[in-house]
Design a protein around this ligand. Structure first.
Ligand code: HEC
Length: 177
């Protein structure tokens, strides 16, 4: 017992120190963690303040520039379709086959085509020497020999024609040659 005692006490002391060391290490990591949290706490409002201050500069101005440039550069959807399917006869809103049936307001009105729906229908079913482009256009002789257009495409075309008519057919840049 006596011989064991010092050993056990040494062991105890060693383990005590060891424990102590472990504890202080734990303490350190805890402290470290706390410091980190404090840093986080401090930087979050700081960061958000910086972001709030800079957001009018970072967010709005380039954003606005973007929106404006898209609005100015992006042509209406129907413009490319018109370029592809209609321009052969209706370049600049005219009519090379029938000069009294241009896409200008006075002709359209005289020919009874007032609404976007009217433009949709003539584009879909055709009339006289104007071929129809709709998938259900019939008889074949009244319809285009080229590819038929989807209803959505004809909708976009009608919208584009109507818009151009109201504007007096200004030049519209498209990405199609
Ligand atoms: C092959 C030539 C040709 C093509 C291609 C053509 N059109 Fe026509 N378009 C005509 C002719 C001819 C008329 C006159 C029809 C009539 O009133 O008898 C006309 C009339 C119209 C009218 C009515 C104009 C008015 O003042 O009465 C609209 C709207 C129209 N076309 C839209 C289109 C659209 C949109 C496309 C393309 C999808 C297209 N056209 C393609 C020949 C063409």
């Amino acid at each position: 017992m006596l011989t064991l005692c010092p050993i056990s006490s040494t062991l105890e002391i060693t383990s005590f120190f060891y424990k102590k060391e472990k504890d202080s290490r734990k303490e350190q990591t805890r402290e470290h963690k706390w410091q980190q949290e404090t840093v986080n706490l401090l930087t979050t409002p700081l960061l958000s303040a910086v972001l709030t201050l800079s957001s009018p500069i970072l967010g709005t101005i380039p954003g606005q520039l973007n929106i404006t440039s898209i609005a100015q550069v992006e042509p209406p959807k129907g413009a490319a379709l018109f370029q592809k399917s209609c321009i052969g006869c209706h370049d600049m809103g005219g009519n090379i086959l029938q000069p009294g049936a241009t896409l200008f307001r006075k002709d359209l009105e005289r020919n009874g085509l007032v609404t976007e729906e009217d433009i949709y229908n003539i584009t879909y079913y055709g009339k006289g020497r104007m071929p129809g482009f709709g998938e259900k256009c019939a008889p074949r002789g009244q319809c285009t020999f080229g590819p038929r257009l989807q209803e959505e495409e004809i909708r976009q075309l009608a919208e584009f024609v109507k818009l151009q008519t109201e504007r007096g057919w200004p030049n519209v840049e498209t990405n199609v040659d």
